[in-house]
Design a protein around this ligand. Sequence first.
Ligand code: FE
Length: 255
Amino acid sequence: MTERSSFPEPRPILEPTRITRRTLLIASAGITTLAGAMTGATAYAAGEPTPAPASPSGPFSLPPLPYPENALDPVISSTTLGFHYGKHHRAYVDNLNKAVVGTPLADLSLEQVVKTTYGVADKTGIYNNASQDWNHGFYWKSLRPQGGGAPPAALQQKIDASFGSLDGLKKEWLAAATSQFGSGWAWLVLDGDKLAITKTGNADSPLTRGQKPLLTIDVWEHAYYLDYQNRRADYATAVLDKLINWGFAADNLAA
Ligand code: FE
């Protein structure tokens, strides 16, 4: 599969804006909207999880971010997280809603839509957006502020049995993250009764491969380019050492 034009990557506006008195007068007309936005920004700064925005018209909604947009800084900057969550993830949800509204797919869970549309030629667009919605919701939970460190004991035992050590796991995960050609994902999964590292291209996930996802790292350029440019290995290493949420993996393992 190739990257779809239906969900283009937004680009930040980098040109400086020259503010004049006329600009300010025009801006004052939108003061109510601005005040509402500032209220939201204050809530983020207080350390509350980022609230989900108003639901788009359709059965699916953007899940709330489990932490403020600046909570992963400096490993992942608030600028990156703002675009990634607020623009990219939102676009997948919006595109999915437009495609399924009024169809039988609108009555399914997100995971069911992913599995139902996988490999169906005329449902590729729906599959891509549904799977990217699911993958991103899982990715946000795979990270946490002050993450990394040592996994819970039961998970550590499983890691030792499957990879020899935590370092062995990290080495294999980093290799998967850096060797994925183009856009995709690097995953820790339960495969049978063993843990394994796997990688998927574009929107694909282990959900359609009979594996249980435990954690993921987004290796699309939009996940790291503003902070790391082309240094994907530096991004993946920093995520593994400082953000990865071992508790989420342990919960998934036990579920
Ligand atoms: Fe992404």
